[in-house]
Design a protein around this ligand. Sequence first.
Ligand SMILES: [Zn+2]
Length: 215
Amino acid sequence: MKILVLLFTLNLSLFAYEIIQTPIQFDEKRIQLTKDYIKNHYGLNVKNIKIIPKIVLIHYTAIKTYETSVERFTRSTLPNDRPEISKASALNVSTHFMVERDGTIHQLMPLDFMARHVIGLNYNSIGIENVGGVGYKEDLTVNQLLANIFLVKYLQKKFPTIEYVVGHHEYRCFEDTELWLEKDDGYRTEKFDPGSEFMRDLRFNISGFKAAPCD
Ligand SMILES: [Zn+2]
């Protein structure tokens, strides 16, 4: 009985979400920096920065509040305190969606534009950031989990090309697949977000996707 009630609640929640449009700056400069990134890191000369999504990639921001989290993505160029990735490109990081602690969903940029949110897979993936994970603690909320379930199902309908739903901590599993495009073997960062528990709970509530291709 309890399980039935839970499922009923989950189904209801799928219809209850509004995606708030909260656009970050995506000016000519950011578009040009994105083209340069695609050329320098993926070896592709592109006329536009449109992607065909194959992966939904889940993150947490490791920042406490929505306001401070979204501020990190607003500008076209990287802030000065990211030396570990600024050598690779001045293009600022971004994400397609940001989910607040209470489950409020914001769309920050066009879904078919490339965002810089993961090494190797940007040209194939849609990013979902969740506010939280300060100190790399797995502390995302149930409301965020429900919002992520909704978003994954929404994206599954919108983009039949999507095959994978993976956590950022699993990104290196793709290094030997055709989806991996990064040319620089020395460009890697260690990632813990969003953590295996969150991905387990998310995967329990979605279907029709392949697992991350880890050994
Ligand atoms: Zn991440």
